[in-house]
Design a protein around this ligand. Structure first.
Ligand SMILES: NC(=O)c1ccc[n+]([C@@H]2O[C@H](COP(=O)([O-])OP(=O)(O)OC[C@H]3O[C@@H](n4cnc5c(N)ncnc54)[C@H](OP(=O)(O)O)[C@@H]3O)[C@@H](O)[C@H]2O)c1
Length: 340
């Protein structure tokens, strides 16, 4: 057991509160079985971090809560059953929802959900990829089941300019799809176009009219990455009969699945933590996906999506990064690197 620097919180507070994050020390155990001990060099903030930070209702915690679900770092120790990595390997991962997060100088993580970090990306560009990369990849290829027979088919990606969307656009283009992505501001439209979307439509206006206007009566696939309640009717109308819809954002109201009945549409949820949360047999697939993404970056087939970064990793910069994500206007990823 060792004590390391971390950024954490004792209370679930609004981000403007000066105690919403504090610089703390946290205990990290020695790795056992499949665990790697990783020295964390860079992390990113995702919407889930802000939900968990704001979300709890209990009183002040005795020990600080350390969250964070994205990291790039170096393996410093390995557990007795580790076979995929060795000390010194540079790795990246999104981690596990049930364990201490990556906002700490050191973290334990199961090797089966870790990949080799791309050699061509610096920490600033690598740290934000694992969570959104796994989400985009699993959504497209495990939930929508897109495969080599789908070249030329169409996909609508609702929220093209967030982290998941910017990776999903690139992966969908690599799979040969025609991509319609949504964005509403000049700067987000620019990113979505730069990463390969064939058409851009505005998610704050009628999607059905706009998608029809660019030439699609229906689309084969829809990936929803924002506000499922608001977009459900549009999704039901635009999806092709026998098409597939996947969503990574939960509905707040009941959604009417009957709207998909006559079209025989498949609807799937994506939660990139399912595999580690339920210790699914195919948990090691996240190791393979992260390695696949790593190779795609090293081959220049995927481009990085970091648009903001802060150094060092401390409470003050964590507050800035959470504010960025909570603004709802984040394009791509916000990263924190290095410790002081
Ligand atoms: N289930 C999972 O495993 C999983 C994993 C990762 C993320 N998620 C969820 O997926 C969502 C996307 O996360 P993210 O990190 O990629 O991006 P994000 O930070 O949530 O996305 C920010 C972007 O959302 C766009 N946006 C705002 N209102 C919208 C609307 N009504 N419809 C469509 N887009 C809208 C904005 O684009 P403009 O500025 O152009 O308006 C903004 O640039 C979040 O809800 C997150 O919690 C789930």
């Amino acid at each position: 057991m060792s004590k390391v620097k971390a950024v954490g919180f004792y209370e679930h507070l609004p981000i403007k509160n000066t105690h919403s994050f504090e610089d703390v020390m946290t205990e990290v155990k020695s790795p056992e079985e499949h665990d790697l001990l990783v020295k964390v060099d860079g992390i990113s903030v995702n919407p889930v971090d802000t939900f968990v930070r704001r979300g709890g209702r209990h009183n002040k915690l005795v020990h600080p809560k350390v969250i964070g679900w994205d990291a790039v770092g170096t393996v410093t120790q390995v557990g007795s059953s580790v076979s995929l990595f060795k000390v010194g390997d540079r790795v990246w991962y999104a981690g596990d929802f049930t364990r201490q997060g990556s906002d700490a100088q050191e973290q334990l993580v199961d090797e089966r959900i870790v990949g080799y970090a791309p050699t061509s990306l610096k920490d600033r560009d690598a740290a934000g990829i694992p969570l959104v990369g796994l989400t985009a990849y699993e959504s497209l290829f495990e939930k929508l089941h897109i495969n080599e027979k789908d070249v030329g088919k169409s996909i609508l990606i609702i929220n093209g300019s967030g982290g998941v969307g910017l990776i999903a656009i690139q992966l969908a283009k690599l799979a040969g799809l025609r991509v319609i992505a949504t964005a509403s501001r000049p700067e987000s439209i620019k990113w979505v176009e730069k990463l390969g979307a064939d058409f851009v439509v505005n998610h704050h206006a009628n999607l059905v009219k706009q998608v029809r206007k660019v030439g699609f009566k229906y689309v084969d696939y829809i990936l929803n990455l924002s506000n499922l309640d608001a977009h459900w009717n549009e999704i039901s109308e635009l999806i092709k009969p026998d098409g597939c819809v996947a969503a990574s954002t939960e509905n707040r109201r009941l959604i009417d699945l009957q709207k998909l009945t006559k079209k025989r549409v498949t609807f799937s949820w994506e939660w990139m933590y399912s595999k580690s949360y339920y210790q699914l047999e195919d948990m090691i697939s996240q190791h393979h996906i992260l390695n696949r993404l790593s190779n795609l970056f090293d081959e220049g087939k995927l481009v990085p999506i970091t648009t903001k970064s802060y150094t060092p990793i401390d409470a003050s910069n964590m507050q800035k990064a959470h504010s960025d994500v909570e603004s709802g206007k984040m394009i791509g990823k916000v990263i924190l690197t290095g410790w002081e």
